[in-house]
Design a protein around this ligand. Structure first.
Ligand SMILES: Nc1ncnc2c1ncn2[C@@H]1O[C@H](COP(=O)(O)OP(=O)(O)OP(=O)(O)O)[C@@H](O)[C@H]1O
Length: 205
């Protein structure tokens, strides 16, 4: 899998969010996108995901053989972000059943092993609405990384996680994240110190 940004630029009205961004990513690459609040990290993710258009420039996704049309990018992509809510009326078991009707689970582990890996096996039949914020964050990250997608976006991955949760996140990335294209939006070095590439959005204004 390859993602190429060529002179990618985005503005809202008269405000440039980023300009002339060139980037080449392939499977195995992990990219940290850093920048202050409001610098445009989430906007860049949305452009790369194809959910909002660039103002100028080009983004292409390709597998080994062919370019992938932008209408199909979402099939290759899983996302964990603070602004994406879980359907909280489901129990965790129901949520996993629901989620994996749309995404293929990774072949390495079974659904019951996923629940154990989340340290939520005691809570599988509890509605997600009753989970703590840290438990919900572990569910969001797990859904993203346990989906068999070649591209994974993680926006502020350790928000709501305590020290044990952060160690759990780093282990999850090590075990399930590193053979994909991983893009992490963050200003917390501990969330992205393993990344092979880094961009600072303030440098693209
Ligand atoms: N739909 C929109 N219309 C107009 N302006 C927008 C829109 N979406 C975002 N913006 C503006 O784009 C800029 C970048 O916002 P964005 O959410 O991408 O920043 P961010 O780096 O992810 O911020 P944070 O770290 O606070 O999450 C902000 O000035 C924001 O107000």
């Amino acid at each position: 899998m390859k993602i190429q940004l060529t002179e990618a630029s985005k503005r809202f009205q008269y405000e440039w969010i980023f300009k002339n961004l060139n980037l080449h990513l392939q499977s195995g690459d992990s990219l940290a996108v850093t920048g202050s609040n409001g610098s445009g990290k989430s906007t860049l993710l949305k452009c790369i995901a194809g959910s909002i258009p660039l103002s100028s420039g080009k983004i292409t996704w390709a597998n080994e053989q062919n370019e992938i049309p932008s209408s199909d990018w979402y099939q290759k992509l899983s996302i964990s972000a603070p602004y994406l809510e879980l359907p909280e009326e489901f129990t965790l078991s129901e949520l996993l059943d629901f989620h994996f009707q749309f995404k293929t689970p990774i072949p390495e582990i079974s659904i019951s092993e996923m629940v154990k890996t989340m340290y939520l096996d005691q809570h599988a039949n509890k509605p997600v609405s009753q989970f703590s914020s840290g438990m919900k964050q572990r569910v969001k990250l797990s859904l993203a990384l346990f989906s068999d997608c070649p591209v994974v976006f993680l926006d502020e991955p350790t928000s709501n996680l305590d020290a044990r949760g952060i160690a759990w996140y780093l282990e999850l990335i090590k075990n399930f994240g590193l053979n994909r294209i991983l893009i992490i939006c963050s200003n917390e070095p501990r969330e992205f110190e393993f990344c092979t590439k880094k961009i600072k959005l303030e440098e693209y204004k």
